[in-house]
Structures are given as structure tokens and as C-alpha cells.
Design a protein around this ligand. Structure first.
Ligand SMILES: [Zn+2]
Length: 236
């Protein structure tokens, strides 16, 4: 059974392209559930101890190893991430929820796991994909300035409008830097991982009959949001 009126929106883009911010806005506007892969990963690895593991298809994966990948800017093992994400999709689809993805799928492997799964549940026509394009220099700048809020870990995109903020606009908690995650070295690893492992997904989406619409991610948040909504309304 395909859920005809539920949308799936997938936002792609390099780290710092604002896809998390946009996913939050889109999910609120269209009443979609925002699947945050980074939060799913964080929740699963945060308290990992030496002997913790997850078993997938008879194979054991160390959670501590996943935690190390996560902390050093490397992508977590695709098998493990897909397993966690699919579990979440399954739960939500049973509740009849449409979904927004930002930062997932992030490897070809994850795409091949998740896209056919989504097509089966939601139908190809309901899957909309956007690529937020941001230059490498801008990406590096934004990431090195990046902050999150203390309470809910809302990501705060750094630009002219947000530079002076000290508290989260949504809940008023303090804005902090993510310890260890936003150093120049770690950011460079994340950008390289994006180029080499996430970008090839775009061809895969096309092969799957899914259009990838490009959006200029360097514009102010509100303008990017408008562009996404307008492109969603457009027929083609
Ligand atoms: Zn917040």
C-alpha cells in the first residue's frame, strides 16, 4: 500500500549548507517529521561503552567504533546508519507521517538501502529532492563558526543575521560550540567525505527516476526556504 498524500523531502548539500535549518522549517510548514540522521547517530553512540555493539544480518558492529567515526568527522558505517534510519522510517510510516531528511542518505550504500524502501512505502511521485549548493569557501567559513543550542541542539547557521545571537531563537537556551566537531581539521574531513561519498548519490537518484532540484544555498535562510516551497509547488 502506497501512502498517496504523504510527502518525502530529501535535502542534500555539504556540511554547513543549511539543510538542517531548512529541514526544520519545511517540517513545520508542511507538518512532516524531520528525520535527523545526526541525532539518530548521536543518540545511538553517545553513551557507547567498549563492549557495546549492534547486530545486523548476523554481523556485529562496535558502537564505540561508530562513536569514534562520528567524533572525528568520518561517516559512520553505512550498514549501521541505514539500519537505524530504516527502523525510524518504519515506525513513522506506521503512524502515517510524511518525512523530511537532511544529511541522509549520505552514501551510495545508504541510498540503495533507503530509496527503494521509501519508494515502496510512499511512491516515487511523492519523493522530492533538493540540492543546496554552497561554495567550498563559504562552507568552511560557516562550519568553523557553527553553533548549536544547549537544550535541544538546534543547529544555528552562521550568517549576517545570526552572527550576534547568543541564545536559541526557538527555546532561549545558550548557544554553544560542538566540542571537537567543528575544528578546521574535522570540517575538512567532513567536506572531503561529502565530495567523495555523498555527491555520487545524485546520479543514483536520477537512475531511480527521481529529479534533483538545485537551490542556491548561499542566500539568506528565508529566501532559500521560499525557493524550496516554490519548487515544491511547481509541477515539473
Ligand atoms: Zn534551541
Amino acid at each position: 500500500m502506497i501512502m498517496k498524500n504523504c510527502k518525502i523531502i530529501i535535502l542534500l548539500g555539504p556540511p554547513g549548507s543549511g539543510k538542517g535549518t531548512q529541514a526544520g522549517l519545511v517540517s513545520e510548514k508542511l507538518n512532516l517529521y524531520y528525520i535527523e540522521t545526526s541525532k539518530i547517530i548521536e543518540a545511538n553512540v553517545m553513551k557507547a561503552k567498549a563492549k557495546d555493539f549492534v547486530k545486523i544480518g548476523g554481523k556485529k558492529y562496535s558502537l564505540l567504533q561508530e562513536k569514534t567515526f562520528w567524533k572525528t568527522g568520518k561517516l559512520c558505517t553505512p550498514e549501521v546508519v541505514s539500519f537505524w534510519v530504516k527502523k525510524k522510517i518504519e515506525e513513522l510510516s506506521k503512524e502515517g507521517r510524511g518525512l523530511v531528511f537532511a544529511g541522509s542518505p549520505r552514501t551510495l550504500y545508504e541510498g540503495k538501502q533507503i530509496i527503494p524502501f521509501l519508494k515502496k512505502i510512499y511512491g516515487t511521485k511523492n519523493i522530492k529532492i533538493f540540492l543546496l549548493e554552497v561554495s567550498p569557501d563559504e562552507t568552511l567559513f560557516r562550519n568553523s563558526q557553527r553553533r548549536i543550542c544547549d537544550l535541544f541542539r538546534h543547529p544555528i547557521l552562521t550568517n549576517k543575521e545570526t552572527a550576534g545571537l547568543t541564545r536559541c531563537p526557538l527555546d532561549g537556551s545558550k548557544l554553544i560550540k560542538r566540542r571537537g566537531l567543528d575544528t578546521v581539521e574535522v570540517i575538512k574531513v567532513r567536506l572531503k567525505e561529502y565530495r567523495e561519498r555523498t555527491y555520487p548519490l545524485i546520479n543514483y537518484f536520477k537512475e531511480q527516476g527521481l529529479r534533483v532540484k538545485k537551490i542556491n544555498g548561499e542566500k539568506p535562510v528565508a529566501d532559500v526556504f521560499d525557493d524550496i516551497l516554490n519548487k515544491l509547488k511547481a509541477k515539473s
